[in-house]
Write a protein that binds this ligand. Sequence first.
Ligand code: 1Q0
Length: 215
Amino acid sequence: SDSVPEEKFSLKEVLITFQSCLTDNQEILTDSYVNGWRGLVRFMNSLGSIFSFISKDAVNKIQIMVTHQNGENGDKYETLQSMVKYELDNNLVDLQRRAEHPESGCRTLLRLHRTLRWLELFLEKLRTSTEDSKTSVMCTDAYNDSLAQYHAWIIRKAATMAFCALPGRAAFFQTMNVGSTEQVVAMLVEAIPFISKVYEITEELYKQHNLLELP
Ligand code: 1Q0
């Protein structure tokens, strides 16, 4: 480990990124979406190395999206809507099993989308939590109600064990670097609706095109 001090950052900026995903005509900007995840990963890394197996997968998926965005057809990846249209129109998505296109934007983003549901649930629990609420329990409950169903037993086990290492509520709120508990709650009240909106629009888009079960 090196001794370069991590620049202090506020989770508020990260969560606000999801607000800037939405265009006026309800499309989702890929760049802001991916940036939001970059910030979340940064925050998770500050919680300790026990989360690095999660962070590795997240970084890998972010990198896949960036490669699409910087590729020859990068302009087609400007919004999630244009990405879905482009990849489907050009047969760039494996629909039944992973084959020629194991790293399509559609399947990669679906993994982040499912994780966004976990985040929405977790943030909602944090918002309504009380002093004696346990972050590890809130995090595990949110996980079991969302992402867990898509994960193999071994990953569920590892994830649940990692959640137990989360700092308690007070320390966790401090790490967020938003201010007092009241300020944290106010920030969550402000941010959650945008995260829900982004989740809903993506869910609807994927449902319309039958992409919710992509391998
Ligand atoms: C703070 C605790 C962070 C908890 C993050 C929850 C996600 C748990 C996921 C654990 C599984 C990771 C191992 C890899 C799984 C992959 O198999 C799976 C499927 O992909 P594939 O290619 O095999 O089909 N991948 C995923 O499901 C995507 C997982 C992405 C994880 C992204 C996590 C990003 C960081 C989130 C930290 C947010 C902390 C925010 C707390 C906010 C509090 C106000």
